[in-house]
Design a protein around this ligand. Structure first.
Ligand SMILES: [Zn+2]
Length: 291
């Protein structure tokens, strides 16, 4: 066994175990064996290099075997980056810093503290953001509140594996698009109105758009546009006032009023019926007794 082999345990972007050797080479977990030993393959294995180097650790992370036949240059920068990234992720998830934590500061503190060659801040930032989003249930504000095995995360991987099973390629593509657009590019609170608004369709805005189209000539001049918009705007203000005052009623309200009127009439006639029956009984009794 070679001497001076120093290993550090890190994680890949996808959360898989990664071993960093002498801060030069990276190895990803490839298989677990029956005797609990683990085989890690050099990360250059999957590239054009197809590096054959591997390392085997026992369950106490002691090196059992190391094949150092790397066919590429050592990558100090890449290895350092992985260590810092992992350390930062760890620090953030351990601490109770709220979500709006200043990543830059954390990054500076930790990377300085580690005395390492500093990998790019942007790369770290995206890494941290990614690890946050991975376990992001909707109303969590601090990292402390995130359960280790987040349900949200589990559901996502379940959907993914089911799609793969049934070959729903298009839906998977859509999920990818959805994640990129709505979970990464835009903040959820900017588009998700779950439980917040009355109208869950955009019919109102569609109707408004249709009406506006009718109003204008194909290419109105700026001042035509402005004047028409002003007219429209004042109309809506007045309509709103009248609606609130109960002068203007929409179809639904009118219908409701009619229904109420009918209900009242039915009730009235029922009461009259009961009253008539009572009167008739009283009259019958009178005629029986005195007739
Ligand atoms: Zn290698």
């Amino acid at each position: 066994m070679e001497k001076n082999l120093e290993i550090e345990i890190s994680k890949t972007n996808r959360g898989k175990e990664q071993i960093i050797l002498n801060r030069k080479y990276k190895f990803n977990l490839s298989s677990k064996r029956k005797d609990n030993s683990k085989k890690y393959k050099c990360t250059e294995y999957k590239t054009l290099n197809q590096c054959p180097s591997f390392i085997i650790l026992n369950n106490e992370n002691q090196i059992l075997e190391y094949d150092d036949s790397h066919n590429h240059l050592e990558n100090k920068f890449g290895a350092a980056k992985s260590i810092v990234k992992n350390k930062i992720k760890d620090e953030i998830s351990k601490s109770s810093i709220p979500f709006n934590v200043n990543i830059k500061r954390t990054y500076d503190e930790i990377s300085q503290g580690m005395g390492l060659i500093c990998p790019g801040y942007n790369s770290i930032k995206s890494q941290v953001t990614r690890s946050r989003r991975k376990q992001l249930p909707p109303d969590i504000t601090t990292f402390d509140e995130i359960p280790n095995e987040s349900k949200y995360y589990k559901t996502k991987s379940k959907i993914k594996s089911e799609c793969q099973e049934h070959n729903y390629v298009q839906f998977l593509e859509f999920l990818g698009y959805f994640k990129k657009t709505y979970l990464i590019n835009f903040e959820t609170e900017n588009w998700n109105y779950y439980g917040n608004i009355e109208h869950i369709t955009n019919n109102v805005s569609e109707t408004f758009n249709k009406n506006l189209k009718k109003l204008f000539a194909k290419k109105p001049t700026f001042f035509q546009l402005l004047s028409e918009l002003q007219k429209e705007e004042s109309k809506y203000y007045i309509d709103d006032e009248r609606r609130t005052a109960g002068i203007l009623r929409n179809k639904k309200q009118k219908k409701l009023i009619r229904t109420e009127e009918i209900k009242a009439l039915v009730k009235y006639y029922k009461n009259m019926g009961i009253l008539l029956k009572k009167k008739r009984k009283v009259l019958e009794m009178i005629s029986l007794n005195y007739g």
